[in-house]
Structures are given as structure tokens and as C-alpha cells.
Design a protein around this ligand. Structure first.
Ligand SMILES: Nc1nc2c(ncn2[C@@H]2O[C@H](COP(=O)(O)OP(=O)(O)OP(=O)(O)O)[C@@H](O)[C@H]2O)c(=O)[nH]1
Ligand SMILES: [Mg+2]
Length: 225
């Protein structure tokens, strides 16, 4: 069942959510293809993830979402049977049942990146997020040269052979934007699929000042690439 797909779940203090996310993903692809990377959590994220039986790797200290994703892609590439890797947030905002529509788009449209877009129905999204997602998506689309609906979405399916060609320099939330700019410029096929917008009582890890500054730095740097 979908053996050629893996799933990478970066997690930072997501006890209470991670277990349900992993079990959902294991309903769509083999559990042996799922990798959780804990990024120095101080809660029960690790034990909750380990109890599901999937592979859990731990960063000794918090390295950032981007650094964690890069480590995960490298580890995934050890399994030569895996062509493409899902990335899903561990906070419950991404419904694993929707993985099927990513797989359809990946196959039918020969995509290199399938990215879940929440922008068709933003009713459940906090107003500030609605604004920042629209704003950042417009800027990243300009820098990438193609229209991408929801560039800040962490729900993706990425072809590993394409990932290997990118030389990535950022290590935090900015990595997800950098991937899109660099992949688009290499001619990668980037396809958006609609996903549900899910917000609950989970706590955002985004630091408005630091992460906005990182985003702006990335945009400036992109003029040099
Ligand atoms: N590895 C790693 N993962 C992180 C870090 N910060 C957040 N994450 C994970 O990245 C995912 C997204 O983080 P969020 O803070 O929810 O960011 P977001 O979903 O883009 O933004 P919100 O709209 O505010 O929820 C979650 O699964 C987090 O556990 C980090 O420092 N390291
Ligand atoms: Mg979130």
C-alpha cells in the first residue's frame, strides 16, 4: 500500500496531538515509512510518538523546523524504495485522510511538489494568519516565478530526487519558502491541492518578530540566487 511514499513529521512540544497524527498517517502509508523527528521537546512528545511503534529520532537540542526537515529528508533517502516524502505538522492541523488527494495529484500531474492549500476556505483561520499567509504567498510566488496559493503550508509531498538538487541555507520556518523558490527556479512542477483549515487549542511556535525578520532576510537573499 503506497510503499513508495514516506512521511516526515517534525515535532516540537506536541504531546496531546502527535499520537493522533501518527496513527492517521499510518492509515495511509506503511508505518515503517514514517519518521518522527523530535526537536528537543520538553513534554511527552517522544514517549507518545514511541508508543505508536514508528521510528523516532531526537535532536539533542532544538535546531529549528527547517534543520529538522533537512535531517529528515536525508534520513528518508536511506530507504531507496521511497520516491517522495510527505511532510505534516505534528500539531493536528493536517488531516492525514487528505494524503490520498496529494498522491493523486503527484501521479496524475507528474508533480515534484504537491502543496496543501488552506486558502480556498479560510473561515477557521485566525485573521492575522489569513493576512500573513496571503502576504507571504504573494511575495514568495513572485520570487519563485509561479503562483503558489499557500506557501507557508507545511503539508506537502516532495519528490526526493528533486530535494537532493537544492542547496538550502535556511534552518527555521524560512526553509519552507526557500524550498519553493529554489525548486521553482529549477523547473520543478509545483501543484496545489485544497486542504481543510484546522485550528484548535494548539499553541503556535512562530515568533512574530524573529520569524518575520527571517522571512524578510530570505526574500532579500533570493535576489542573489
Ligand atoms: N522541528 C521543529 N519543529 C517545529 C519547531 N517549531 C514548530 N515546529 C513544528 O512545526 C509545525 C508547525 O509549527 P506551528 O507553530 O504550528 O506553525 P504553523 O502551523 O506554520 O503556524 P500556525 O498557523 O500558527 O499554527 C508543528 O508540527 C510544530 O511541532 C521547531 O523549533 N523545530
Ligand atoms: Mg500549526
Amino acid at each position: 500500500m503506497n510503499d513508495e511514499f514516506g512521511a516526515l513529521i517534525p515535532a516540537f512540544n506536541e504531546a496531546g496531538h502527535i499520537d493522533r497524527v501518527i496513527r492517521g498517517v499510518a492509515g495511509q502509508i506503511p508505518a515503517s515509512n514514517i519518521l518522527v523527528i523530535d526537536d528537543g521537546s520538553s513534554d511527552n512528545t517522544v514517549s507518545e510518538a514511541q508508543d505508536t511503534g514508528v521510528e523516532v529520532v531526537r535532536n539533542p537540542v532544538n535546531l529549528g523546523k527547517g534543520a529538522t526537515l533537512l535531517k529528515g529528508f536525508d534520513l528518508m533517502a536511506r530507504n531507496t524504495g521511497i520516491d517522495a516524502v510527505f511532510t505534516l505538522d505534528a500539531d493536528g492541523q493536517h488531516d492525514p485522510v487528505e494524503m490520498a488527494s496529494f498522491i493523486t495529484a503527484f501521479r496524475d500531474r507528474k508533480a515534484d511538489i504537491v502543496i496543501g492549500s488552506r486558502m480556498a476556505d479560510t473561515k477557521g483561520m485566525p485573521a492575522l494568519r489569513r493576512f500573513t499567509n496571503r502576504f507571504t504567498s504573494a511575495i514568495i510566488s513572485l520570487r519563485a516565478g509561479v503562483r503558489i496559493e499557500d506557501t507557508q503550508s507545511g503539508y506537502r509531498l516532495v519528490r526526493l530526487s528533486m530535494m537532493k538538487q537544492l542547496h538550502l541555507v535556511t534552518r527555521n520556518f524560512d526553509l519552507e519558502s526557500e524550498i519553493l523558490i529554489k525548486a521553482a527556479r529549477l523547473g520543478a512542477v509545483i501543484v496545489s491541492v485544497p486542504i481543510a483549515t484546522i485550528y484548535g487549542e494548539e499553541k503556535s511556535k512562530i515568533n512574530p518578530l524573529v520569524d518575520t525578520w527571517r522571512f524578510l532576510k530570505l526574500v532579500f537573499r533570493s535576489f542573489l540566487w
